[in-house]
Design a binder for this molecule. Structure first.
Ligand SMILES: [Zn+2]
Length: 394
């Protein structure tokens, strides 16, 4: 399994030159292969092209040149695969001016926390600061005025274990994760994520109205547009980071209780069926349910935990003790029949757990521990085990 870490870098002359050199190199390969095909009637092999490119001058590292050939032959092989069935398929022929640059393992060094990406002999290397581990390869792309370096790491996936312990997850709009492991309910507090989202919506409304009040494409308008893009980018990064920290912490908690399965309540039907008040609907739409579910799924896979999903129907309404159904009206759940009292989101997690473990009704309520809360902080994930580090050391 591969994990990518992305670093943003401002546009510099050096990076421009490298992307341009990569574009030249890729275009050269495209035209060389196509010309040979036209004149001699056969497709060159990748080995032959790489041998030919070895004699060409390029500011790129020799392995980066070979990586251009890799990219081209990936595209060409994709064409070979489909040409029998798809008459519209064409071999790759685009000759881009700029192209991504890939540094393979042999061109990458890590020295004093700096990642050194070598180029051709006599050319300055590219240096990326504050990198702690050496990636398997690095790729540089250009997007919206900036260069992005994708640091790709190969991580070992832990073998699946069988312990029979299941942790259920209820993803609510107030708290991103509420989990139940058969005994304890844990709430991963969503206050911080909520505050970012609220600010994001407020900011969007303000800047949209400010942009509407000035002349379109005027200097002020462009300035506002730039502010809008920058601020939204920053808030998205903060949100993403918070979600990573919460999910990492959750996975390490699952490892601590030796769980082998995570059950996620499946909410795919929620937008169709639910029609709450307008305010509540807005909340549901901004809610990062699937983003958190995605992060849980891949992080669980890394540490050998299986993820399954069950329908979440009625899980927030059913009393886990006696099975009586009632819509909770506030944040606390109280059963009218047996007087079972619990936090509403906790009830959802317990019911999802019961659905999978086959327990119809949790017999005695005192078996369920009281709620534990996990509050967000900037070092949240480091409190537990970092799933990636665990995966690497094994
Ligand atoms: Zn009850």
């Amino acid at each position: 399994m591969y994990i990518t870490k992305t670093l943003k870098h401002k546009k510099t002359q050096q990076l421009d030159n490298l992307a341009r050199a990569s574009g030249r190199c890729y275009s050269k390969i495209v035209s060389f292969v196509r010309k040979t095909r036209k004149k001699k009637g056969f497709w060159l092999s990748k080995g032959a092209v790489q041998k030919y490119m070895r004699h060409k001058d390029s500011p790129l590292h020799s392995q980066s040149v070979q990586a251009c050939a890799d990219s081209y032959f990936d595209a060409l092989n994709a064409y070979f695969e489909v040409r029998g069935t798809n008459p519209e398929a064409k071999p790759p022929k685009r000759t881009p001016r700029y192209f991504k640059v890939r540094w393979k393992s042999g061109a990458i060094r890590l020295k004093n926390g700096n990642l050194i990406l070598s180029n051709c002999k006599g050319r300055e290397p590219v240096i990326l600061e504050n990198v702690s581990e050496k990636p398997n390869y690095v790729e540089m792309h250009f997007k919206r005025g900036h260069y992005y370096f994708a640091l790709v790491y190969k991580v070992n996936v832990l073998p699946k274990q069988e312990t029979g312990i299941t942790v259920s997850v209820d993803m609510g709009e107030i708290h991103p994760i509420v989990s139940f492991d058969g005994q304890h309910t844990t709430i991963y507090n969503g206050r911080f994520i909520r505050s970012i989202k609220r600010y994001r919506e407020k900011f969007k409304a303000q800047i949209t109205s400010a942009m509407a009040s000035c002349k379109k494409r005027s200097r002020k308008w462009y300035k506002l547009q730039k502010t809008k893009r920058k601020t939204l980018e920053k808030l998205d990064a903060q949100l993403n980071d918070a979600e990573h920290k919460i999910t990492s912490r959750f996975i390490s908690d699952c490892q601590r209780v030796k769980s082998d399965t995570i059950v996620i309540g499946d909410l795919t039907h929620i937008r169709k069926n639910i029609n709450y008040s307008k305010k509540s609907n807005q909340k549901l739409h901004q809610w990062a349910f699937s983003r958190i579910a995605q992060k849980i799924t891949y992080k669980a896979a890394l540490v050998g935990i299986k993820v399954v999903s069950v329908s979440e129907a009625y899980t927030s309404q059913t009393c886990p003790k006696c099975g009586h159904r009632k819509k909770p009206s506030n944040r606390n759940y109280r059963c009218q029949k047996c007087d079972f009292k619990y936090h509403r989101d906790g009830v959802g997690a317990i019911n999802i757990h019961n659905k999978v473990s086959g327990v119809k009704n949790t017999p005695v309520s005192r078996d369920i521990g009281s709620l534990l809360g996990v509050r967000f902080n900037w070092h949240l994930s480091s409190l537990g085990l970092n799933p990636r580090k665990v995966a690497v050391s094994n």
